[in-house]
Design a protein around this ligand. Sequence first.
Ligand code: PMP
Ligand code: GLN
Length: 386
Amino acid sequence: LVNRMRPFGTTIFAEMSALAVRTGAVNLGQGFPDTDGPPEMLAAAAEALRSGRNQYPPGPGIPELRAAVAAHQHRFWGLEYDPDGEVVITAGATEAIAAAILALCEPGDEVVCFEPYYDSYAASIALAGAVRRPVTLRPGPDGRYAFDPAALRAAFGPRTRLVLLNSPHNPTGKVFTPAELALVAELCQEHGAYAVTDEVYEHLVFTDAASEHIPLASLPGMRERTLRISSAGKTFSCTGWKVGWASGPAALVSAMLRVKQFLTFVNAAPLQPAVAVALGLPDAYFTEFRAGMQARRDQLIGGLTEAGFEVLTPEGTYFVTADIGPLGGDDGIEFCRSLPQRCGVVAVPTQVFYDDPVAGRRLIRFAFCKRPELLAEAVSRLGAAL
Ligand code: PMP
Ligand code: GLN
């Protein structure tokens, strides 16, 4: 194994899902829904399989999906992208993130990111031989995660190549505010840096959040330097399909494609027309999807609080982080490894997503993208055993 990959073991998601299977615990660790996505989308996939759309599609993705991606971003965020040259379909957001970093970073270039960060970020940065410059998100007195603006300013420097921004943010549930985004935009422009934005939870910003979802690319001066990434997995409850996309100016998309063609070449042909159908669903689908998830959030938060955790209400995503301190816990990794035996529930320790060994030590993450009955079962197990 090459040195640059040595620090990376098995992902925490694989470890914790295997533990859930082994112990028969309720798996609130890895974030995947336990219900299927919209029936129109599933029918379109079945139809595509049956009607012979089973060979290599075009490298950047089929035209109807690229058009649907562009139309969706225009409908919800007012962004304009040319489906022909400014949109590329990828194997989930994960491939898009890797291809963007590999396309833009020389060895030694620096990538500013916020910790805790989604685990593929560190690995993709390392594969490119680049260096991550994390800025820590910490819970503030208002119950929201925030960063120190001076720390963000200090993270940018002459070697900064890009900033990797995930909002709504996994695992904290933070939604970056207009003022925070404006500072990121200002620093990118001051330092001539690109932005790669991971917006896979774009449709999961709850009605009580301080701000709605604002793509960084919609800020002045940012469209021309941003690759905006999203994926069908979260919005349409099909994480196993691995259909994602990136949009941005033609030069950046074409740089990504140069890399992407040798990572996966092309992606699952029959799933692409189906995701195009899903992206075109009426607004009501997206509103109901969010409302359903918000109700589950509140259900889980109620139960976790009753069980003794200190919980921060997420403004977005389908995750909630909980502090194990009030339950006498001090190390989230130990706590999560013993939780299935103690309570029959699996959660994920968020400290594995930090470089700072102290910041996330007592935090663990639960996913609430599950049927209310399953959440009720998890909550009752936790309440009985803790
Ligand atoms: N980014 C974030 C923040 C995520 O939570 C996930 C999904 N777990 C991904 C990227 C990866 O998305 P995909 O499954 O589409 O590759
Ligand atoms: N994005 C999901 C999560 O954060 C799943 C990630 C994965 O399994 N790689 O739980």
